[in-house]
Write a protein that binds this ligand. Structure first.
Ligand code: GAL
Length: 361
């Protein structure tokens, strides 16, 4: 009986000992973890800035610049720790709407759009807002929509720089204006800037605009047809040409070449495309307007990621899009001629010296 009693006690003693020991162990683990956490809110320490996904709905990759916009925007967004999804609609309005809807359904947190058609893309802004997603217009404005933000270069100033350079060389004479696409709000802004400089000279009878038309979809082939018509209706009596971008300026120079006039008639462009900068070195194009794409993509990426993370962003400037005053950031464009190629596009490594001067006399 005594032995049984003794054995039972030992058993109870050992059981209690085991329970106490395991409780001590648990406590120790807790202790080691706990001291780390009280310092600050656990979420910040462990996860860092909120992971967001930005959708970039582009119009086209036809012009050289858009390839740069695509690459540099992706780099800028990823450098901010966010994801980016990019689609390009090749100038097709219905496809651009479909692509935007697709990105919305794939859960992007914010949409950045380069509208092909300034008016029809208002529908995309509406769909995005219905899904609780904000929209930033990139380079080109979306008209008549409750847009959240607009980031671009000062496109009126682009036109002013073009006309100031050309009128300083040709203060009198017959001018041709080769405009951009009527679907693109930038085409109106650039033209407004050009004519803000030309009109006083027109009014004084110093300048006559012998031909002025838009270029459907910014296509060089359409611009060339227009320039051939301009040469025809004016019997080649042309003293200067202002084209809304370098792709159309290249088509103008081709048409002039066919008439043996290339290099004799000053031509203005925009975008600082490599081919255009080479034409400026060769003397068949007079100037272009350089818009550093890196600055534009970094600005847009910063705004997009901030807004996607729900941060508040204030801007100094607003641009009215026919519906509201859109909070906007407009960067300053730069005129480029033979004299400052080195200090601008080459200094910025937008193009290399080798690429620009290769094959030049
Ligand atoms: C405009 C843009 C220009 C030009 C053009 C054609 O909206 O500002 O840089 O390239 O589109 O795509």
């Amino acid at each position: 009986m005594k032995r049984l009693f003794f054995v039972l006690n030992i058993g109870v003693f050992l059981f209690l000992l085991g329970t106490i020991l395991s409780a001590c162990e648990k406590d120790q683990n807790l202790n080691t973890k706990l001291p780390l956490q009280p310092i600050s809110d656990s979420k910040d320490v462990i996860t860092g800035p909120e992971q967001v996904k930005i959708g970039f709905a582009m119009d086209t990759l036809e012009e050289e610049r858009w390839l740069k916009d695509k690459m540099l925007f992706k780099e800028s967004v990823e450098a901010l720790g966010a994801e980016v999804k990019i689609m390009a609609a090749n100038g097709d309005d219905a496809l651009q709407v479909w692509q935007a809807e697709k990105m919305i359904s794939q859960g992007v947190d914010l949409l950045v759009i380069v509208p092909h058609n300034a008016e029809s893309t208002a529908a995309i802004v509406k769909k995005a807002h219905q899904a609780g997603i904000k929209v930033i217009a990139y380079d080109r404005l979306v008209k008549n929509a409750e847009l959240d933000m607009y980031v671009s270069y000062d496109n009126e100033q682009v036109g002013v720089l073009q006309a100031q350079t050309i009128t300083s060389i040709v203060p009198r004479g017959n001018y041709v204006y080769i405009g951009g696409a009527v679907t693109d709000n930038n085409a109106y802004l650039v033209k407004k800037g050009v004519f803000s400089v030309l009109q006083p000279l027109i009014d004084k009878g110093k300048i006559t605009v012998v031909f002025d038309d838009w270029t459907k979809d910014w296509l060089p082939s359409n611009a060339k047809e227009n320039m051939k018509l301009a040469l025809e209706v004016s019997a080649n009596q042309i003293d200067a040409v202002i084209a809304a971008n370098d792709a159309t300026a290249g088509a103008v120079v081709e048409a002039l070449e066919e008439q043996g006039l290339a290099g004799q008639i000053p031509v203005a462009g925009q975008d600082a495309e490599l081919a255009a900068v080479k034409r400026i070195v060769a003397g068949t194009q007079t100037m272009t307007v350089y818009k550093p794409i890196k600055a534009l993509t970094e600005t847009a990426a910063n705004l997009a990621v901030k807004l996607a993370r729900g941060e508040d962003v204030k801007t100094v400037k607003q641009v009215n899009n026919g519906r509201i005053d859109v909070p906007s950031i407009l960067l300053s464009p730069i005129a480029v001629e033979q004299s400052n190629i080195n200090d601008t596009v080459i200094a910025d490594e937008f193009h290399t010296k080798e690429d620009v001067f290769r094959g030049q006399q």
